[in-house]
Design a protein around this ligand. Structure first.
Ligand code: ADP
Ligand code: MG
Length: 531
Protein backbone atom coordinates (compact mmCIF):
# COMPACT_ATOMS: atom_id res chain seq x y z
CA UNK A 1 0.00 0.00 0.00
CA UNK A 2 2.69 2.44 1.10
CA UNK A 3 4.67 1.49 -1.89
CA UNK A 4 1.69 2.12 -4.07
CA UNK A 5 1.28 5.62 -2.75
CA UNK A 6 4.95 6.26 -3.22
CA UNK A 7 4.65 5.15 -6.77
CA UNK A 8 1.70 7.42 -7.35
CA UNK A 9 3.49 10.30 -5.73
CA UNK A 10 6.41 9.75 -8.05
CA UNK A 11 4.08 9.50 -10.98
CA UNK A 12 2.40 12.72 -10.01
CA UNK A 13 5.75 14.41 -9.65
CA UNK A 14 6.65 13.13 -13.06
CA UNK A 15 3.38 14.28 -14.58
CA UNK A 16 3.73 17.66 -12.91
CA UNK A 17 7.24 18.11 -14.19
CA UNK A 18 6.34 17.03 -17.69
CA UNK A 19 3.40 19.43 -17.61
CA UNK A 20 5.72 22.19 -16.63
CA UNK A 21 7.89 21.18 -19.51
CA UNK A 22 4.98 21.38 -21.92
CA UNK A 23 3.77 24.60 -20.40
CA UNK A 24 7.04 26.33 -21.04
CA UNK A 25 7.16 24.89 -24.52
CA UNK A 26 3.63 26.02 -25.29
CA UNK A 27 4.33 29.43 -23.81
CA UNK A 28 7.33 29.99 -26.04
CA UNK A 29 5.24 28.82 -28.98
CA UNK A 30 2.50 31.33 -28.23
CA UNK A 31 4.99 34.11 -27.76
CA UNK A 32 6.97 33.48 -30.92
CA UNK A 33 4.31 32.27 -33.33
CA UNK A 34 1.22 34.49 -33.44
CA UNK A 35 2.24 36.64 -36.39
CA UNK A 36 4.23 33.94 -38.14
CA UNK A 37 2.81 33.21 -41.58
CA UNK A 38 2.78 29.63 -42.78
CA UNK A 39 3.01 28.95 -46.48
CA UNK A 40 1.01 26.17 -48.13
CA UNK A 41 1.81 24.77 -51.55
CA UNK A 42 -0.05 22.32 -53.78
CA UNK A 43 1.34 21.30 -57.17
CA UNK A 44 -0.37 20.34 -60.39
CA UNK A 45 1.90 18.64 -62.89
CA UNK A 46 1.19 18.07 -66.56
CA UNK A 47 3.44 15.37 -67.92
CA UNK A 48 3.47 14.60 -71.63
CA UNK A 49 3.11 10.87 -72.06
CA UNK A 50 6.03 9.58 -74.09
CA UNK A 51 4.43 8.01 -77.13
CA UNK A 52 5.00 8.13 -80.87
CA UNK A 53 1.42 9.18 -81.62
CA UNK A 54 -1.29 11.32 -80.07
CA UNK A 55 -3.91 10.41 -77.46
CA UNK A 56 -6.85 10.00 -79.84
CA UNK A 57 -5.33 10.12 -83.32
CA UNK A 58 -2.51 8.48 -85.25
CA UNK A 59 -0.60 11.67 -85.97
CA UNK A 60 2.99 11.86 -84.97
CA UNK A 61 4.29 13.48 -81.80
CA UNK A 62 7.51 15.27 -82.72
CA UNK A 63 8.94 18.23 -80.87
CA UNK A 64 10.21 20.96 -83.17
CA UNK A 65 8.46 19.64 -86.31
CA UNK A 66 7.51 22.33 -88.87
CA UNK A 67 4.29 24.14 -87.94
CA UNK A 68 1.07 22.20 -88.57
CA UNK A 69 2.77 19.09 -89.97
CA UNK A 70 1.64 16.74 -87.19
CA UNK A 71 -2.09 17.34 -87.48
CA UNK A 72 -4.72 14.78 -88.43
CA UNK A 73 -8.28 15.64 -89.43
CA UNK A 74 -9.34 14.70 -85.89
CA UNK A 75 -6.75 17.03 -84.31
CA UNK A 76 -8.17 19.83 -86.43
CA UNK A 77 -11.68 18.96 -85.22
CA UNK A 78 -13.01 18.18 -88.65
CA UNK A 79 -16.70 17.21 -88.30
CA UNK A 80 -17.27 13.49 -88.65
CA UNK A 81 -13.91 12.42 -87.24
CA UNK A 82 -13.86 10.29 -84.10
CA UNK A 83 -11.36 9.75 -81.25
CA UNK A 84 -9.61 6.39 -80.98
CA UNK A 85 -7.88 5.90 -77.65
CA UNK A 86 -4.14 5.16 -77.82
CA UNK A 87 -3.59 2.06 -75.68
CA UNK A 88 0.04 2.94 -74.99
CA UNK A 89 -1.11 6.11 -73.20
CA UNK A 90 -3.32 4.09 -70.86
CA UNK A 91 -0.49 1.67 -70.18
CA UNK A 92 1.96 4.44 -69.28
CA UNK A 93 -0.68 6.28 -67.26
CA UNK A 94 -1.38 3.14 -65.22
CA UNK A 95 2.36 2.48 -64.87
CA UNK A 96 2.86 5.97 -63.47
CA UNK A 97 -0.15 5.70 -61.16
CA UNK A 98 1.09 2.38 -59.75
CA UNK A 99 4.57 3.80 -59.15
CA UNK A 100 2.85 6.50 -57.07
CA UNK A 101 0.85 3.98 -55.04
CA UNK A 102 -2.48 5.06 -56.53
CA UNK A 103 -5.72 3.17 -56.60
CA UNK A 104 -6.52 2.42 -60.22
CA UNK A 105 -10.07 3.05 -61.26
CA UNK A 106 -11.32 -0.16 -62.95
CA UNK A 107 -13.68 2.00 -65.01
CA UNK A 108 -12.76 5.58 -65.80
CA UNK A 109 -14.52 8.07 -68.07
CA UNK A 110 -13.72 10.83 -70.49
CA UNK A 111 -15.38 14.24 -70.32
CA UNK A 112 -15.47 17.39 -72.39
CA UNK A 113 -14.24 20.57 -70.74
CA UNK A 114 -15.43 23.57 -72.72
CA UNK A 115 -13.66 26.84 -73.21
CA UNK A 116 -13.23 29.14 -76.14
CA UNK A 117 -9.74 29.77 -77.39
CA UNK A 118 -8.10 29.93 -80.81
CA UNK A 119 -5.77 27.02 -80.12
CA UNK A 120 -8.67 24.70 -79.21
CA UNK A 121 -10.52 24.09 -82.47
CA UNK A 122 -13.17 21.77 -80.99
CA UNK A 123 -14.15 24.32 -78.32
CA UNK A 124 -13.53 21.66 -75.68
CA UNK A 125 -10.70 19.57 -74.30
CA UNK A 126 -11.19 15.85 -73.69
CA UNK A 127 -10.14 15.15 -70.11
CA UNK A 128 -11.21 12.98 -67.17
CA UNK A 129 -13.30 14.89 -64.68
CA UNK A 130 -15.88 12.56 -63.11
CA UNK A 131 -13.81 9.39 -62.93
CA UNK A 132 -10.06 9.81 -63.45
CA UNK A 133 -7.74 6.93 -64.32
CA UNK A 134 -6.39 6.77 -60.75
CA UNK A 135 -6.69 8.37 -57.30
CA UNK A 136 -5.25 8.51 -53.80
CA UNK A 137 -1.55 8.09 -54.38
CA UNK A 138 1.41 9.27 -52.33
CA UNK A 139 4.82 10.52 -53.22
CA UNK A 140 7.50 10.38 -50.57
CA UNK A 141 10.68 12.21 -51.45
CA UNK A 142 13.87 13.52 -49.85
CA UNK A 143 14.39 17.26 -49.47
CA UNK A 144 18.07 18.04 -49.64
CA UNK A 145 19.89 20.89 -51.31
CA UNK A 146 23.58 20.86 -50.46
CA UNK A 147 24.43 24.23 -49.00
CA UNK A 148 20.77 25.14 -48.47
CA UNK A 149 19.14 22.41 -46.36
CA UNK A 150 21.58 21.21 -43.71
CA UNK A 151 20.43 17.60 -43.47
CA UNK A 152 18.14 15.64 -45.78
CA UNK A 153 14.61 15.03 -44.55
CA UNK A 154 11.64 13.23 -46.04
CA UNK A 155 8.35 14.75 -47.03
CA UNK A 156 5.15 13.18 -48.37
CA UNK A 157 2.55 14.67 -50.65
CA UNK A 158 -0.76 12.99 -51.31
CA UNK A 159 -1.72 12.63 -54.94
CA UNK A 160 -5.40 13.40 -55.30
CA UNK A 161 -5.75 12.04 -58.81
CA UNK A 162 -4.07 11.20 -62.08
CA UNK A 163 -6.03 11.78 -65.25
CA UNK A 164 -5.48 11.46 -68.99
CA UNK A 165 -6.18 14.48 -71.18
CA UNK A 166 -5.32 16.15 -74.46
CA UNK A 167 -2.95 19.04 -74.86
CA UNK A 168 -4.12 22.10 -76.80
CA UNK A 169 -2.49 23.78 -79.79
CA UNK A 170 -0.28 26.83 -79.59
CA UNK A 171 -1.05 30.42 -80.57
CA UNK A 172 1.78 32.31 -82.19
CA UNK A 173 1.65 36.08 -82.21
CA UNK A 174 3.48 38.05 -84.88
CA UNK A 175 3.84 41.62 -83.61
CA UNK A 176 5.18 42.90 -86.93
CA UNK A 177 2.41 41.57 -89.14
CA UNK A 178 -0.04 42.07 -86.27
CA UNK A 179 -1.39 38.60 -86.81
CA UNK A 180 -2.03 35.58 -84.61
CA UNK A 181 -1.46 32.15 -86.04
CA UNK A 182 -2.23 28.74 -84.63
CA UNK A 183 0.06 25.71 -84.63
CA UNK A 184 -1.88 22.49 -83.99
CA UNK A 185 1.15 20.20 -83.68
CA UNK A 186 0.60 20.00 -79.93
CA UNK A 187 -3.19 19.64 -80.19
CA UNK A 188 -4.13 16.18 -78.93
CA UNK A 189 -0.73 15.26 -77.53
CA UNK A 190 -1.32 12.92 -74.56
CA UNK A 191 -0.89 14.35 -71.09
CA UNK A 192 -1.21 12.98 -67.59
CA UNK A 193 -2.36 15.55 -65.11
CA UNK A 194 -1.22 14.85 -61.57
CA UNK A 195 -2.98 16.87 -58.89
CA UNK A 196 -1.29 16.94 -55.49
CA UNK A 197 -2.89 17.97 -52.20
CA UNK A 198 -1.54 21.17 -50.61
CA UNK A 199 0.88 19.26 -48.37
CA UNK A 200 4.05 21.25 -48.95
CA UNK A 201 5.46 24.18 -47.01
CA UNK A 202 8.43 25.65 -48.85
CA UNK A 203 9.82 26.28 -52.30
CA UNK A 204 12.58 23.76 -51.70
CA UNK A 205 10.00 21.09 -50.90
CA UNK A 206 8.10 21.90 -54.09
CA UNK A 207 11.31 21.70 -56.13
CA UNK A 208 12.23 18.41 -54.44
CA UNK A 209 8.83 16.92 -55.30
CA UNK A 210 9.28 17.90 -58.95
CA UNK A 211 12.81 16.50 -58.94
CA UNK A 212 11.56 13.15 -57.59
CA UNK A 213 8.73 13.09 -60.15
CA UNK A 214 11.31 13.60 -62.91
CA UNK A 215 13.42 10.71 -61.61
CA UNK A 216 10.39 8.43 -61.38
CA UNK A 217 8.87 9.35 -64.76
CA UNK A 218 12.25 8.95 -66.43
CA UNK A 219 12.73 5.47 -64.96
CA UNK A 220 9.21 4.49 -65.98
CA UNK A 221 9.77 5.84 -69.47
CA UNK A 222 6.37 7.48 -69.27
CA UNK A 223 7.59 11.06 -69.89
CA UNK A 224 10.89 12.47 -71.12
CA UNK A 225 10.53 15.33 -68.61
CA UNK A 226 12.12 17.97 -70.85
CA UNK A 227 10.76 21.03 -69.08
CA UNK A 228 12.37 23.32 -71.64
CA UNK A 229 10.27 21.66 -74.36
CA UNK A 230 7.09 21.81 -72.30
CA UNK A 231 7.03 18.04 -71.82
CA UNK A 232 6.71 18.56 -68.05
CA UNK A 233 4.81 21.60 -66.79
CA UNK A 234 4.41 22.58 -63.20
CA UNK A 235 1.70 24.83 -61.81
CA UNK A 236 2.29 25.85 -58.21
CA UNK A 237 -0.70 26.83 -56.05
CA UNK A 238 0.49 29.00 -53.20
CA UNK A 239 -1.19 30.54 -50.17
CA UNK A 240 -0.22 31.74 -46.72
CA UNK A 241 -2.15 31.63 -43.46
CA UNK A 242 -1.57 31.83 -39.73
CA UNK A 243 -1.32 28.66 -37.71
CA UNK A 244 -4.65 27.18 -36.58
CA UNK A 245 -6.64 29.26 -39.07
CA UNK A 246 -8.23 28.13 -42.35
CA UNK A 247 -6.07 28.09 -45.49
CA UNK A 248 -5.64 31.43 -47.23
CA UNK A 249 -6.66 32.41 -50.75
CA UNK A 250 -4.24 30.91 -53.24
CA UNK A 251 -2.64 32.12 -56.41
CA UNK A 252 -1.51 29.77 -59.14
CA UNK A 253 1.89 30.30 -60.77
CA UNK A 254 2.33 28.89 -64.27
CA UNK A 255 5.18 28.84 -66.82
CA UNK A 256 7.73 27.48 -64.39
CA UNK A 257 10.47 26.20 -66.67
CA UNK A 258 12.94 24.40 -64.42
CA UNK A 259 13.27 22.65 -61.07
CA UNK A 260 15.26 25.57 -59.64
CA UNK A 261 12.60 27.99 -60.86
CA UNK A 262 9.94 26.04 -58.93
CA UNK A 263 11.75 26.86 -55.67
CA UNK A 264 12.35 30.47 -56.70
CA UNK A 265 8.80 31.11 -57.91
CA UNK A 266 7.27 29.68 -54.73
CA UNK A 267 9.60 31.61 -52.42
CA UNK A 268 8.95 34.82 -54.35
CA UNK A 269 5.19 34.37 -54.28
CA UNK A 270 5.13 33.57 -50.55
CA UNK A 271 7.09 36.75 -49.81
CA UNK A 272 4.84 38.79 -52.09
CA UNK A 273 1.68 37.52 -50.40
CA UNK A 274 3.04 38.06 -46.89
CA UNK A 275 4.05 41.60 -47.86
CA UNK A 276 0.53 42.40 -49.08
CA UNK A 277 -1.17 40.85 -46.04
CA UNK A 278 1.14 42.61 -43.60
CA UNK A 279 0.09 45.91 -45.13
CA UNK A 280 -3.56 45.03 -44.66
CA UNK A 281 -4.18 44.11 -48.30
CA UNK A 282 -5.83 40.97 -49.63
CA UNK A 283 -4.78 38.22 -51.98
CA UNK A 284 -6.79 37.64 -55.13
CA UNK A 285 -7.38 34.24 -56.60
CA UNK A 286 -5.50 34.70 -59.85
CA UNK A 287 -3.18 33.00 -62.27
CA UNK A 288 0.32 34.42 -62.33
CA UNK A 289 3.32 33.70 -64.52
CA UNK A 290 6.93 33.24 -63.47
CA UNK A 291 9.29 35.66 -65.20
CA UNK A 292 12.59 33.78 -65.05
CA UNK A 293 14.61 36.79 -66.18
CA UNK A 294 13.23 39.34 -63.72
CA UNK A 295 12.72 36.59 -61.14
CA UNK A 296 9.23 37.59 -60.16
CA UNK A 297 5.64 36.49 -60.71
CA UNK A 298 3.31 38.64 -62.80
CA UNK A 299 -0.48 38.66 -62.91
CA UNK A 300 -1.96 36.83 -65.93
CA UNK A 301 -5.64 36.37 -65.37
CA UNK A 302 -8.24 36.77 -62.70
CA UNK A 303 -9.82 33.59 -61.30
CA UNK A 304 -12.12 35.29 -58.79
CA UNK A 305 -15.15 34.44 -60.88
CA UNK A 306 -15.43 30.68 -61.18
CA UNK A 307 -15.40 29.68 -64.85
CA UNK A 308 -18.15 27.40 -66.06
CA UNK A 309 -16.49 24.75 -68.18
CA UNK A 310 -19.82 23.04 -68.91
CA UNK A 311 -18.34 19.57 -68.27
CA UNK A 312 -20.22 16.79 -70.02
CA UNK A 313 -19.51 13.14 -70.82
CA UNK A 314 -17.59 12.58 -74.04
CA UNK A 315 -20.12 10.66 -76.12
CA UNK A 316 -17.64 9.32 -78.65
CA UNK A 317 -15.51 7.34 -76.20
CA UNK A 318 -16.66 4.31 -74.23
CA UNK A 319 -15.79 3.97 -70.52
CA UNK A 320 -12.16 2.97 -70.10
CA UNK A 321 -11.78 -0.46 -68.50
CA UNK A 322 -8.56 -1.41 -66.71
CA UNK A 323 -8.19 -4.90 -65.29
CA UNK A 324 -7.14 -4.67 -61.63
CA UNK A 325 -6.58 -8.26 -60.45
CA UNK A 326 -8.19 -11.33 -61.98
CA UNK A 327 -7.92 -12.24 -65.64
CA UNK A 328 -8.11 -9.91 -68.58
CA UNK A 329 -11.45 -9.89 -70.34
CA UNK A 330 -12.51 -8.53 -73.72
CA UNK A 331 -13.46 -5.02 -72.64
CA UNK A 332 -10.23 -4.35 -70.72
CA UNK A 333 -7.72 -2.02 -72.29
CA UNK A 334 -4.75 -2.96 -70.14
CA UNK A 335 -3.89 -5.26 -67.21
CA UNK A 336 -2.74 -3.33 -64.13
CA UNK A 337 -1.47 -6.48 -62.38
CA UNK A 338 0.91 -7.18 -65.23
CA UNK A 339 2.04 -3.56 -65.33
CA UNK A 340 2.68 -3.63 -61.57
CA UNK A 341 4.81 -6.75 -61.96
CA UNK A 342 6.88 -5.00 -64.63
CA UNK A 343 7.63 -1.83 -62.64
CA UNK A 344 11.33 -0.96 -62.61
CA UNK A 345 13.30 -0.16 -59.45
CA UNK A 346 12.25 3.29 -58.26
CA UNK A 347 14.68 5.97 -57.04
CA UNK A 348 13.81 5.45 -53.37
CA UNK A 349 14.71 1.75 -53.62
CA UNK A 350 17.99 2.65 -55.30
CA UNK A 351 18.86 5.14 -52.57
CA UNK A 352 18.09 2.56 -49.90
CA UNK A 353 20.30 0.04 -51.65
CA UNK A 354 23.17 2.49 -51.83
CA UNK A 355 22.89 3.16 -48.10
CA UNK A 356 22.29 -0.42 -46.98
CA UNK A 357 24.45 -2.41 -49.36
CA UNK A 358 27.16 0.07 -50.25
CA UNK A 359 27.19 1.87 -46.89
CA UNK A 360 26.99 5.33 -48.46
CA UNK A 361 25.58 8.21 -46.42
CA UNK A 362 21.98 9.25 -47.22
CA UNK A 363 23.38 12.54 -48.58
CA UNK A 364 25.65 10.69 -51.02
CA UNK A 365 22.80 8.41 -52.10
CA UNK A 366 20.55 11.38 -52.83
CA UNK A 367 23.21 13.25 -54.81
CA UNK A 368 24.09 10.16 -56.88
CA UNK A 369 20.53 9.15 -57.66
CA UNK A 370 19.49 12.73 -58.48
CA UNK A 371 21.88 12.79 -61.40
CA UNK A 372 21.36 10.04 -63.93
CA UNK A 373 24.81 10.43 -65.49
CA UNK A 374 26.61 10.56 -62.16
CA UNK A 375 24.75 7.47 -61.01
CA UNK A 376 25.55 5.56 -64.17
CA UNK A 377 29.26 6.38 -63.68
CA UNK A 378 28.94 5.10 -60.12
CA UNK A 379 27.37 1.89 -61.33
CA UNK A 380 30.00 1.41 -64.01
CA UNK A 381 32.88 2.03 -61.60
CA UNK A 382 31.64 0.47 -58.38
CA UNK A 383 29.17 -2.17 -59.42
CA UNK A 384 30.74 -3.82 -62.47
CA UNK A 385 34.03 -5.63 -63.18
CA UNK A 386 36.82 -5.09 -60.69
CA UNK A 387 34.19 -3.87 -58.26
CA UNK A 388 35.62 -5.86 -55.39
CA UNK A 389 38.81 -3.89 -55.61
CA UNK A 390 37.01 -0.57 -55.26
CA UNK A 391 35.23 0.70 -52.21
CA UNK A 392 31.85 2.18 -53.16
CA UNK A 393 32.39 4.94 -50.64
CA UNK A 394 35.67 5.98 -52.27
CA UNK A 395 33.98 5.94 -55.67
CA UNK A 396 31.07 8.06 -54.43
CA UNK A 397 33.40 10.47 -52.64
CA UNK A 398 35.54 10.80 -55.73
CA UNK A 399 32.57 11.46 -58.04
CA UNK A 400 30.90 13.95 -55.71
CA UNK A 401 33.92 15.74 -54.28
CA UNK A 402 36.51 15.54 -57.04
CA UNK A 403 34.66 15.12 -60.35
CA UNK A 404 31.75 17.47 -59.62
CA UNK A 405 34.08 20.13 -58.19
CA UNK A 406 36.27 20.11 -61.29
CA UNK A 407 33.23 20.19 -63.60
CA UNK A 408 31.66 23.05 -61.62
CA UNK A 409 34.87 25.02 -61.80
CA UNK A 410 34.88 24.61 -65.58
CA UNK A 411 31.13 25.21 -65.85
CA UNK A 412 30.70 21.89 -67.65
CA UNK A 413 27.55 19.82 -67.20
CA UNK A 414 28.27 16.21 -66.36
CA UNK A 415 26.41 15.02 -69.47
CA UNK A 416 28.87 17.01 -71.60
CA UNK A 417 31.93 15.67 -69.82
CA UNK A 418 33.92 13.44 -72.18
CA UNK A 419 35.87 11.50 -69.56
CA UNK A 420 34.70 7.89 -69.76
CA UNK A 421 33.70 5.69 -66.83
CA UNK A 422 36.75 3.54 -67.56
CA UNK A 423 39.04 6.54 -67.23
CA UNK A 424 37.28 7.72 -64.07
CA UNK A 425 37.76 4.22 -62.68
CA UNK A 426 41.48 4.52 -63.38
CA UNK A 427 41.65 7.67 -61.23
CA UNK A 428 39.76 5.88 -58.46
CA UNK A 429 42.21 2.98 -58.64
CA UNK A 430 45.14 5.38 -58.35
CA UNK A 431 43.50 6.90 -55.28
CA UNK A 432 42.87 3.51 -53.74
CA UNK A 433 46.44 2.34 -54.34
CA UNK A 434 47.79 5.55 -52.83
CA UNK A 435 49.46 6.49 -56.10
CA UNK A 436 47.75 9.88 -55.97
CA UNK A 437 45.82 11.94 -53.43
CA UNK A 438 42.53 13.86 -53.96
CA UNK A 439 44.41 17.03 -54.86
CA UNK A 440 46.32 15.27 -57.63
CA UNK A 441 43.09 13.55 -58.72
CA UNK A 442 41.62 16.98 -59.44
CA UNK A 443 44.68 18.07 -61.41
CA UNK A 444 44.45 14.89 -63.47
CA UNK A 445 40.71 15.36 -64.08
CA UNK A 446 41.28 18.96 -65.13
CA UNK A 447 43.86 17.80 -67.67
CA UNK A 448 41.70 14.88 -68.82
CA UNK A 449 38.90 17.28 -69.76
CA UNK A 450 41.09 18.58 -72.58
CA UNK A 451 43.50 15.74 -73.16
CA UNK A 452 41.57 12.87 -74.69
CA UNK A 453 44.56 11.04 -76.16
CA UNK A 454 46.11 10.05 -72.84
CA UNK A 455 44.61 7.97 -70.07
CA UNK A 456 44.64 9.38 -66.51
CA UNK A 457 47.57 7.18 -65.49
CA UNK A 458 49.54 8.32 -68.53
CA UNK A 459 48.73 11.92 -67.67
CA UNK A 460 49.84 11.39 -64.07
CA UNK A 461 53.12 9.84 -65.20
CA UNK A 462 54.05 12.39 -67.80
CA UNK A 463 53.07 15.36 -65.60
CA UNK A 464 54.77 13.90 -62.53
CA UNK A 465 51.49 14.07 -60.62
CA UNK A 466 52.24 11.14 -58.39
CA UNK A 467 52.12 11.07 -54.65
CA UNK A 468 55.45 11.18 -52.84
CA UNK A 469 55.49 8.13 -50.59
CA UNK A 470 59.22 7.57 -50.31
CA UNK A 471 60.07 7.88 -46.60
CA UNK A 472 63.48 9.38 -47.31
CA UNK A 473 61.98 12.22 -49.34
CA UNK A 474 59.23 12.88 -46.84
CA UNK A 475 61.84 13.01 -44.09
CA UNK A 476 63.69 15.67 -46.06
CA UNK A 477 60.54 17.81 -46.27
CA UNK A 478 59.93 17.38 -42.55
CA UNK A 479 63.46 18.33 -41.67
CA UNK A 480 63.28 21.45 -43.81
CA UNK A 481 59.95 22.54 -42.36
CA UNK A 482 61.15 21.97 -38.79
CA UNK A 483 64.28 23.98 -39.51
CA UNK A 484 62.42 26.85 -41.21
CA UNK A 485 59.71 27.25 -38.58
CA UNK A 486 61.43 27.28 -35.18
CA UNK A 487 58.70 29.34 -33.47
CA UNK A 488 55.90 27.03 -34.54
CA UNK A 489 57.96 24.03 -33.52
CA UNK A 490 58.57 25.56 -30.09
CA UNK A 491 54.87 26.22 -29.57
CA UNK A 492 54.09 22.63 -30.52
CA UNK A 493 56.67 21.32 -28.10
CA UNK A 494 55.18 23.52 -25.41
CA UNK A 495 51.91 21.70 -25.75
CA UNK A 496 50.07 23.47 -28.58
CA UNK A 497 49.08 20.33 -30.48
CA UNK A 498 47.31 22.26 -33.21
CA UNK A 499 50.66 23.62 -34.43
CA UNK A 500 51.20 20.22 -36.01
CA UNK A 501 48.64 21.14 -38.70
CA UNK A 502 50.46 24.38 -39.43
CA UNK A 503 53.65 22.41 -40.00
CA UNK A 504 51.82 19.83 -42.09
CA UNK A 505 50.43 22.66 -44.18
CA UNK A 506 53.97 23.88 -44.83
CA UNK A 507 54.96 20.41 -46.01
CA UNK A 508 51.98 20.34 -48.36
CA UNK A 509 53.00 23.69 -49.81
CA UNK A 510 56.62 22.72 -50.13
CA UNK A 511 55.77 19.51 -51.98
CA UNK A 512 53.11 21.02 -54.28
CA UNK A 513 50.52 19.01 -52.34
CA UNK A 514 52.12 15.81 -53.58
CA UNK A 515 53.31 14.31 -50.34
CA UNK A 516 51.48 11.41 -48.68
CA UNK A 517 50.05 13.44 -45.83
CA UNK A 518 49.25 10.58 -43.50
CA UNK A 519 52.87 9.43 -43.66
CA UNK A 520 54.19 12.97 -43.38
CA UNK A 521 52.20 13.69 -40.23
CA UNK A 522 53.36 10.45 -38.59
CA UNK A 523 56.98 11.22 -39.41
CA UNK A 524 56.64 14.81 -38.30
CA UNK A 525 55.31 13.74 -34.90
CA UNK A 526 58.14 11.28 -34.48
CA UNK A 527 60.84 13.76 -35.48
CA UNK A 528 59.44 16.49 -33.20
CA UNK A 529 59.42 14.11 -30.27
CA UNK A 530 63.00 12.91 -30.89
CA UNK A 531 64.43 16.42 -31.30
P1 ADP B 1 -8.94 24.13 -59.35
O1 ADP B 1 -10.25 23.56 -59.64
O2 ADP B 1 -8.87 25.60 -59.43
O3 ADP B 1 -7.85 23.48 -60.13
P2 ADP B 1 -8.49 22.52 -56.97
O4 ADP B 1 -9.30 22.57 -55.74
O5 ADP B 1 -8.65 21.35 -57.86
O6 ADP B 1 -8.70 23.86 -57.78
O7 ADP B 1 -6.98 22.60 -56.51
C1 ADP B 1 -5.98 22.68 -57.42
C2 ADP B 1 -4.64 22.69 -56.73
O8 ADP B 1 -4.57 23.74 -55.77
C3 ADP B 1 -4.30 21.43 -55.99
O9 ADP B 1 -3.00 21.04 -56.37
C4 ADP B 1 -4.34 21.82 -54.54
O10 ADP B 1 -3.37 21.13 -53.79
C5 ADP B 1 -4.02 23.28 -54.56
N1 ADP B 1 -4.62 24.06 -53.47
C6 ADP B 1 -5.91 24.08 -53.09
N2 ADP B 1 -6.10 24.95 -52.08
C7 ADP B 1 -4.89 25.50 -51.80
C8 ADP B 1 -4.42 26.48 -50.87
N3 ADP B 1 -5.23 27.11 -50.03
N4 ADP B 1 -3.11 26.79 -50.89
C9 ADP B 1 -2.28 26.20 -51.74
N5 ADP B 1 -2.65 25.29 -52.63
C10 ADP B 1 -3.94 24.93 -52.68
MG1 MG C 1 -6.84 22.31 -61.66
Amino acid sequence: MARNILLRKNQLAFIASSHKHYATKAATKVISRPDRWKSVIGLEIHAQIQTASKLFSGSEVAFGAPINTCVSLFDASTPGTLPVLNRKCVELGVRTALALDCEINPVSMFDRKHYFYADLPAGYQITQQRAPLARSGTLRFPVFVPGVTRKPYYKSARLLQLQLEQDSGKSLHDPVERKSLVDLNRAGIPLMELVFEPDLETGEEAAALVKEMILILTRLGSCNCRMEEGALRVDANISVHRENTPLGTRTEVKNIGSVRAVAQAVEYEVERQIGILNEGGRIFNETRAWDAVKRRTIAMRDKEVVQDYRFMPEPNLPPLHVRVGGTLSDGDTVDATQILADLPELPEATRNKLVEEHLLTPEMAIILVNDITLHSHFRAIAETSNKDARSPKTVANFLINELLTVLNKNKIEIEECKITSAHLAEVVDMLESNTINPYLARLILQEALENVTESPSEIAKHKGWLMITDVGRIEEYCRKVIKDNPKVVEKYRNGKDKMLYALAGEIAKLSDQKVDMAKAVDLLKLMLKNK
